[in-house]
Design a protein around this ligand. Sequence first.
Ligand SMILES: NC(=O)c1ccc[n+]([C@@H]2O[C@H](COP(=O)([O-])OP(=O)(O)OC[C@H]3O[C@@H](n4cnc5c(N)ncnc54)[C@H](OP(=O)(O)O)[C@@H]3O)[C@@H](O)[C@H]2O)c1
Length: 309
Amino acid sequence: MKIVGVTEFGGPEALQVLEVPEPHPGPGEVRIRVHAAAVNPTDTMLREGLQGTGGKQAPHIPGMDAAGVIDEVGEGSRWSVGEEVMAIAVPRGEHRGAYVQYLIAPDESLAPIPAGTDLPTAATLPMNGLTAVQILEKLDLSPGQVLAVNGAAGTLGNYLVQLAKLAGLTVVADAADKDRELVAELGPDHIVERGDDFGRRVRELFPDGVDAVADAAVQNEAAAEAVRDGGGFATVRGWKGDPGRGITVHPIWVGEEYRSQEKLDRLRALAEDGTLTLRVAGTYPAEEAAEAHRRLEAGGTRGRLVLLF
Ligand SMILES: NC(=O)c1ccc[n+]([C@@H]2O[C@H](COP(=O)([O-])OP(=O)(O)OC[C@H]3O[C@@H](n4cnc5c(N)ncnc54)[C@H](OP(=O)(O)O)[C@@H]3O)[C@@H](O)[C@H]2O)c1
């Protein structure tokens, strides 16, 4: 089968189209004929070798989001051949990444695609949707409490703002002038200008600080400044700092959601009823993965880039 992977870590040009043997599903697993794999920031880190080899041999295969059609089922699987599904993949795990023609996926790692969406659009939901769910679970806020989200114009920020509003939270989101309309459509209660002084701007609205910050823009200290004494801070890139003031730092790892089928299916339903907005910025043939990585790394992409297999 065709995959896009790296044999030597490096820049976008390190991504190669390679042939590897076709996999087959074991018990409780399916094989997905992948049609669409989203391109996420973490894929560029894997490509560069910043996540190590995970004890795996090359080729290393990026991709944490797939959508496609089940074409084989393992013994005892509850899924059927022909179903259109979306799945989370874990590149350092047993079944590797999603930049593949055929992905082996445990039953619990997939859900039907949202009705009314196509496969590339569905591929933008699993990994970042599950991350947003995990952030909200770990911050454990009650309705009426205040959450500030930076990087709100990004894919994770998109889902976070919408899920936080659904949970009854008061939401502060950041936006650059050019993204203000897009972010406003997500429904936050307040928008602050994007920038290094995120903490100060949030405190202009909430002088004692907010109950929690979800740091999707990875601003670390500058974002933690917005949190009230004793509040919560979700770090998505393993920040090891200590903001002090009794603030709890919650490390977020979406790999823990590999078998969170119920959560993924709930995300499906929320995309179907319009609570979640799914955005595709553009599609690329798998052969042009390097170009998609270059575009993502240039910054400013709104919506997800998706590779077609
Ligand atoms: N730990 C986990 O399990 C996990 C899971 C999912 C995602 N993540 C991480 O979460 C982050 C967000 O993911 P994503 O897919 O939403 O990325 P994305 O779509 O690229 O969005 C990131 C957003 O943050 C903005 N931004 C970047 N640097 C900024 C800064 N210094 N100040 C203000 N805004 C800034 C970006 O703007 P520009 O485009 O203009 O730069 C973009 O709007 C990434 O770092 C990703 O790796 C972690």
